[in-house]
Design a protein around this ligand. Structure first.
Ligand code: NAD
Ligand code: ZN
Length: 360
């Protein structure tokens, strides 16, 4: 048995308003005045001076506003890296991602591709990155994905949706300021929050579970229940706790794996462009057979917050399209092995997957 020697985020600052410390944090990391910090910022904040006026710009530092309407693509990373390399003689001092999972993943990928040759799609997989990334910082503005702690950056490439999983992927610094999540719309709060809840259910009910993952997974699960079911937290407390639930959920799957909902949600995302949070919710709602208690509680939370999920999104798909989704889902072997054990191929068949997708 070889145990994973897992890299973690080197530094983290937590607290309401701690975003104000970003300038002090970055200052000693500036290589020289010609080596800028590049800020990748969710375009939802463009014109929002409450946030943008506090981005600590100096010298040649630059802000790129990036839409999070679509999940990150390998070609988008290539374009950004080319743009940055052509704009400056010196290698940047660092990349700072300010946004949700989409922007955080982009920031991680760009920081890797600045020091690694060729196209981003060639690095989708496990441990293909050769050179350390440049300094990179993650500032989440919505909680749930766990991207702020993870060793991966999930990207859609020309022929697959797969992360760059590497020891160089995790952030060097994370800034956890729960106040930054105050403007998240309710539906999106629920979808991304449920990503965290589903990480817990899949980790805690998986065959890869161990004491390390369990300790983080149980804490995240408890926090999710208190945030989404109990309703006795103030708004601020709920923001603080969801940020920590996301962190713990990410730590839990780092040392185990996700499961059926994530495998099937990747299929939806690849074929239909369904985003991660809502896609997980759509799938999870049909997984009573695999996670009976988790799904029951999910439905209660959905009802409590008056969330209605899209129905019939697979209704008009052709057999070929179902096959594409099934191929993507079944390709994620570790997820199935975690969910169902070593004999998973005898349990989950193509026809069973198709029948499940047909209900969505
Ligand atoms: P997101 O980044 O896609 O953002 C969702 C929506 O919320 C966007 O419209 C965005 O503009 C908006 N938003 C974000 N912060 C806001 C704020 N403070 N106020 C108002 N609106 C705000 O959402 P997400 O669910 O955090 O991320 C999904 C992405 O994360 C997917 O691409 C998925 O693949 C990735 N992911 C990565 C990992 C990982 O470990 N790397 C894990 C899970 C998911
Ligand atoms: Zn997820």
């Amino acid at each position: 048995m070889i145990y994973k020697n897992y890299p973690m985020v080197s530094r983290v600052v937590f607290g309401r308003g701690c975003f104000n410390q970003l300038g002090d944090i970055l200052q000693p990391k500036r290589l020289n005045v010609k080596a800028p910090f590049i800020f990748l910022v969710d375009a939802v904040f463009k014109g929002n001076s409450w946030l943008t006026s506090r981005i600590p710009l100096a010298y040649d530092d630059q802000v790129f506003y990036i839409s999070a309407d679509e999940e990150p693509k390998t070609s988008q990373v290539d374009e950004l890296v080319e743009n940055i390399i052509l704009s400056y003689k010196d290698r940047p001092s660092g990349i700072i991602g300010i946004g949700g999972g989409t922007i955080l993943d982009l920031a991680k990928a760009v920081s890797i591709m600045i020091t690694n040759e060729g196209q981003t799609k060639n690095y989708q997989g496990w441990d293909l990155v050769k050179n350390p990334a440049i300094y990179h910082v993650g500032v989440p503005t919505i909680s749930g994905t766990g991207s702020e702690v993870s060793r991966t950056t999930v990207l859609t490439g020309p022929d697959k949706k797969l992360g760059i999983n590497s020891d160089y992927t995790p952030f060097d610094q994370v800034v956890l300021d729960p106040e930054l999540t105050k403007g998240v719309p309710k539906d999106q709060w629920f979808y991304t929050g449920m990503d965290c809840y589903i990480h817990c259910i899949e980790s805690l009910n998986g065959t890869y579970l161990n004491a390390f993952s369990k300790s983080y997974g149980e804490k995240a699960f408890e926090l999710c229940k208190s945030i989404f079911m109990e309703g006795d937290l103030s708004k601020e407390e709920a923001q603080d706790e969801l940020m920590m639930a996301s962190w713990h959920g990410g730590m839990s799957i780092a040392y185990s794996q996700v499961g059926v909902a994530h495998a099937m949600s990747y299929g939806l995302s690849y074929l239909l462009g369904t985003k991660h949070g809502i896609g997980n919710c759509i799938v999870f709602d049909h997984l009573d057979e695999f996670y009976p208690e988790g799904v029951q509680l999910f439905r209660k939370m959905k009802e409590k917050h008056d969330i209605s999920l899209p129905q019939g999104i697979c209704k008009h798909l052709s057999d070929e399209e179902f096959d594409i989704m099934i191929d993507v889902a079944l390709g994620l072997e570790p997820l199935w092995e975690n969910a169902l054990g070593k004999n998973w191929k005898n349990i989950i068949t193509r026809s069973k997957l198709k029948a499940l997708y047909q209900q969505m």
